[in-house]
Ligand binder design. Sequence first.
Ligand SMILES: Nc1ncnc2c1ncn2[C@@H]1O[C@H](COP(=O)(O)OP(=O)(O)OP(=O)(O)O)[C@@H](O)[C@H]1O
Length: 257
Amino acid sequence: MVSDPIIQIRGLRTQFGPKVIHDGLDLDVMRGEILGVVGGSGTGKSVLLRSIVGLLRPAAGTITVDGIDVLAPSAEGRARLGGLWGVMFQDGALFSTLTVCENVEVPMRPLDLSPPVRRALAELKISMSGLPPDAGDKFPSELSGGMKKRAGLARALALDPAIVFLDEPTAGLDPIGAAEFDRLIRGLTDALGLTVFLVTHDLDTLHACCDRIAVLAEKRVLATGTIAELRRLSHPWVHDYFNGPRARAAFDPATKA
Ligand SMILES: Nc1ncnc2c1ncn2[C@@H]1O[C@H](COP(=O)(O)OP(=O)(O)OP(=O)(O)O)[C@@H](O)[C@H]1O
């Protein structure tokens, strides 16, 4: 892993009316890492993700992605941003009237590709995401929850992004499906050299996938580090999160037996 930050956030403030979600939030995401983002419900993990990818406008602060000022990009920067990342939202956020293949082709539409090439690329991403070939012609309503997530992942990979944002990728999956998804994320990250920003509540995912973890609390990133480093912190929420019974079951092999 090369350790230069591909995402740099400084002094981020986000708010909805008088309700402040982040205040003075700083974060670096290193190139090539899977960064897990955890925090209590409502601490602003998804809002942070949406702010980085430009779906929400922060009240203050700077966000730089691969050297591009996301909040005020130059024309050249704006053109590069489109292909720099892919996003997998929690429920897949698929277009219900399009097949899986057509969904994966949506981000490719602005590119000057012939329909057969677009189709072939979409089929490649579908297969990389672990879906069977016949899934491409199915509509989202015909897919299981796990398949929808894989289709969402295939669409996130459509433009060969450097960074993939995943919002609770294993939420709602059974433990076997969740473990398969963890392996898929880790495998794709290593094979493609991706950087992954992964919002999760899933302790097994943190253990199986993440190189580092950022903890959101008190309107900012309270701490970052490996699981071992975070387990040593005395902050009450961090301590309970990383040392509670569920954490012990996920992180301590001896307790798992
Ligand atoms: N568009 C919006 N308008 C107003 N408030 C919003 C909006 N989006 C999010 N919020 C509020 O911002 C806060 C943070 O929301 P967010 O979804 O980021 O939390 P989270 O940490 O991802 O929570 P969870 O773990 O429960 O998914 C919540 O109080 C939420 O109600």
